[in-house]
Design a protein around this ligand. Structure first.
Ligand code: GNR
Ligand code: NI
Length: 174
């Protein structure tokens, strides 16, 4: 088990479209375990493989509350097959955009086809925070970030701030 470094905005890696997982083998399961460990360490409630620089369609989620038992979930090749007309708004954050939060409106309920860590086809219908988190993570697999769902003015401000931060970090390194 390894905690992996996170890829941060504005790294173009986050805009890459991830490739399907061809076969659920021990290597894929080990990657899922690393993603879970990295997510819990952050801490966050979800993490997509691309956020650790690996462009594969694999993500992990744990939406359990602090006073509840851990509930790790692994989604391989997830696809939204149904979305409700009803919408819900959540204040979202992203481990690749630390300390920035904004309200995002998304379908309140989604049905997702996926493959589990045993390689078995599954389907889940989710609402509430899990529905939002699934959509946020599946967006990552397509190179989409939650800031793409807010106003261009706000987005440009965030991208500029993180671009400056990255430049100053690079200078410190020299
Ligand atoms: O930790 C996270 N919290 C969160 C809160 C509201 C909506 C989505 C999320 S996902 C985020 C972790 C992350 O960046 N996953 O890609
Ligand atoms: Ni994110």
């Amino acid at each position: 088990m390894t905690i992996k470094p996170l890829v941060l905005l504005p790294d173009p890696v986050l805009r890459q479209k991830s490739d399907p997982v061809e076969r659920v083998d021990d290597e894929v399961r080990a990657l899922a375990d690393d993603l879970l460990e990295t997510m819990y360490d952050a801490p966050g409630i979800g993490l997509a493989a691309i956020q650790t620089g690996i462009p594969r369609r694999l993500l992990v989620i744990d939406c359990s509350k602090e006073d509840e038992d851990k509930a790790p979930m692994v989604f391989i090749n997830p696809a939204i097959v149904e979305s409700s007309d009803e919408r819900s708004v959540y204040e979202e954050g992203c481990l690749s955009i630390p300390d920035y939060y904004a309200e995002v409106e998304r379908p309140a309920e989604v049905t997702v086809d996926y493959v589990d860590r045993d390689g078995k086809a599954q389907q889940i219908t989710a609402e509430g925070l899990l529905a939002t988190c699934l959509q946020h993570e599946i967006d990552h697999l397509n190179g989409v970030l939650f800031i793409d769902h807010i106003s261009k003015l706000k987005r440009d401000m965030v991208v500029r701030k993180f671009t400056k931060l990255a430049k100053s970090r690079n200078l410190e390194r020299l």
